[in-house]
Design a protein around this ligand. Structure first.
Ligand code: ADP
Length: 301
């Protein structure tokens, strides 16, 4: 199974003719409320690819926290993964105008309250997991604790440090697979003082813990590095990109599903790139994360 360290964020979006001015109340043409967050994207992504999913997700005791079990059920995820805290559920509010220009504010709310104690409450599931997935919409503390428990039990861990903050050396040491996009790769190169390009940065990281460093390069595809081996490159699948939001999460889910199935690194990159491309083809993330059947059909084109 795959164990996901949450994040759950409810996104409220209003489609407007133009962005509102300070103090102004505008009528909106459309309004949507959708569950998301990197953790939920990853959970739904690997679930659709046929893997058993466990995990922990923090929500608040507000209205969005109350509807979270229904959102999980709709996504085929067990609501026993939810942990309720006093206060607000993670939430975002955004406006998009007729030209596609947008503005957005996100409050991480309960996601910030995920703790090592929460992780301990799921220790037996963590020990059973083949792979533990974490991203940075939650604090360091639960990531560190979950990785420690998983690695001690012989499991593998995957970290996507997004949104970027410096990766603590002990967390990096507990990371089996590090997945970065260009921005995160540049930040990490800066933090390491590794000046000689992507490969120099990846090789420096491989000295500090991970067995695999995968870097996603948008429409240039992805590349993965291992110690004592040449890089493995995978071009992007050419698609008409409508909305590249969530491409990284889709890639990580596809890539992780390949790792759990024991596929060669090349195949893991193919699955990641295909999932990324499929999500880019349409507006929105969660609804477009492919099932195994959709992924196979896309790869067989
Ligand atoms: P992030 O969303 O984290 O910035 P990327 O933009 O690198 O991540 O996208 C992740 C993966 O999704 C890429 O490695 C690529 O395989 C795929 N992808 C992203 N943008 C496109 C695109 N325009 N066309 C096809 N595939 C894409």
């Amino acid at each position: 199974s795959v164990f996901i360290l949450g994040s759950f964020v409810v996104a409220c979006s209003a489609k407007v003719g133009r962005l509102p001015r300070p103090g102004e109340s505008l009528g909106a043409e459309a309004f949507t409320v959708e569950p998301g967050g990197k953790g939920l994207n990853l959970a739904v992504g690997v679930r659709r690819l046929g893997l058993a999913v466990d995990g922990i997700f923090a929500v608040g005791d507000d209205l969005f926290g109350q509807v979270a079990p229904a959102a999980f059920a709709r996504a085929g995820l067990r609501s026993s993964m939810l942990r309720c805290f006093p206060g607000a559920t993670g939430g975002g509010v955004g406006f998009t105008d007729a030209t596609g220009e947008n503005c957005l504010a996100v409050h991480m709310g309960a996601n910030r309250l995920l703790s090592a104690a929460c992780v301990e409450s799921a220790a037996s599931a963590l020990r059973r997991a083949d792979l533990v997935l974490a991203q940075f919409e939650i604090p360091d503390e639960p990531v560190r604790e979950a990785f420690r428990v998983a690695r001690a039990a012989g499991g593998r861990t995957l970290l996507n440090p997004s949104p970027y903050r410096p990766v603590a050396p002990d967390i990096l040491a507990l990371t089996s697979v590090l997945v970065l996009n260009r921005v995160e790769a540049a930040e990490m190169a800066g933090a390491l003082g590794a000046g000689d390009g992507l490969e120099g940065m990846a090789r420096a990281l491989l000295e500090r813990g991970p067995d695999i460093v995968a870097v996603t390069l948008g429409e240039e595809g992805a590349v993965a590095y291992r110690r004592n081996a040449p890089p493995v490159r995978r071009p992007a699948f050419p698609v008409e990109a409508v909305d590249t939001l969530g491409a990284g999460d889709a890639f990580t889910a596809g890539f992780a599903s390949g790792l759990v199935r024991g596929l060669p690194l090349e195949e893991c990159l193919v699955r990641g790139a295909a999932c990324g491309a499929l999500v880019c083809r349409s507006l929105g993330v969660l609804d477009h994360l492919p099932t195994t059947a959709a992924l196979d059909a896309f790869l067989a084109r």
